[in-house]
Design a protein around this ligand. Structure first.
Ligand SMILES: [Zn+2]
Length: 307
């Protein structure tokens, strides 16, 4: 589990935070597209259910399912929700004029409860695992996760970095052969640098020669296709584009590039510009978001023509 539900205060606390899991449930269900109808009053036993509506749209008609929602926050004890934690489900549905039963649990439903739910016509359970995967799937869900699971979400962000917003638009690096974005995280892209091949000077491996061209392609098939076009004409060397999303490798490659130029590594204009673009386009992956203060400074420098 990525989200630690114990970050949400226990339901039996006396610090005024005992309702946090109910508030969280409201936010979660609203995010999922349910309409919050009412918060029934807290009963004598302190139990409070929620009622939400789901609008189901068909081709030419729509209807509403009214759900009775039961929140159970047992994360602190770690216990599953048992059948005797949810008594009289059918009577409760009827009493609140609902069409179905929904459990929102910070643990899991026990087998005993799952058996009873099978007998209820409309039922759905959002347990901790399901809630987690729903929240982490997009930015809006992650905003809720950040609010209720501050520490878990901070750790999640460290392990799942997203490109920083540095430029108005983060530009892709496109495979020359198939047109895929090599920075999308799925394609394995490489950059290939080409130096002219001159027989019989094989041993120098072209270290003294100009880098004529830089190419960006997928590893494997696309690379092989492109290779056919320069076979016998150029030496090639290559690096992984994904490595340039690693801050340590990015700076080391960048410094290597600068050192090369300092040591008179000659590049064609075309190759030099391609390298520059590669560093610019991979930079958001190794940089952090700008603070609002930094954004202002950038705007100022642009206004003065200094950036
Ligand atoms: Zn490709």
């Amino acid at each position: 589990m990525i989200l630690d539900f114990k970050e949400i205060p226990a339901a039996n606390g006396n610090d005024g935070l005992q309702d946090t899991f109910e508030l969280f449930t409201r936010d979660l269900l609203q995010y999922l597209g349910y309409r919050i109808i009412e918060n029934p009053d807290r009963g004598a036993d302190g139990k409070r259910d929620l009622i939400v509506e789901e609008i189901v749209r068909g081709i030419h008609s729509e209807y509403t399912i009214r759900w009775l929602v039961s929140c159970k926050h047992y994360a602190h004890s770690g216990k599953a929700v048992k059948d005797d934690d949810e008594i009289n489900i059918r009577e409760r549905i009827e009493q609140h004029k609902c069409d179905g039963f929904m459990g929102v649990y910070s643990t899991l439903p026990a087998t005993s409860l799952a058996g009873i739910l099978k007998g209820v016509k409309n039922h759905i359970v959002y347990d901790h695992e399901r809630i987690e995967s729903l929240l982490l799937r997009d930015a809006e869900g992650q905003r809720i996760a950040a609010r209720y699971f501050a520490e878990s979400y901070r750790n999640f962000q460290i392990e799942n970095p997203v490109p920083a917003q540095i430029f108005a638009d983060n530009s892709p690096i496109i495979c020359e052969v198939c047109g895929r974005n090599l920075l999308d995280g799925e394609s394995q892209g490489i950059f290939v640098s080409l130096k002219p091949f001159i027989e019989p000077d094989v041993d120098s491996h072209g270290t003294d020669r100009q880098i004529k061209e830089i190419h960006f392609v997928c590893k494997g098939e696309c690379d092989n296709t492109l290779k056919e076009s320069w076979r016998g004409l150029y030496y090639d060397s290559w690096g992984e584009l994904d490595d340039l999303k690693n801050p340590t490798i990015w700076i080391s490659t960048f410094i290597g590039f600068i050192n090369g130029i300092h040591h008179n590594q000659d590049l064609s204009n075309e190759a030099f510009n391609a390298m520059k673009q590669m560093f610019i386009r991979t930079y958001p992956y190794v940089a952090r978001h700008l603070t609002s203060h930094e954004k202002e400074r950038v705007k100022q420098l642009i206004r003065f023509g200094l950036l």
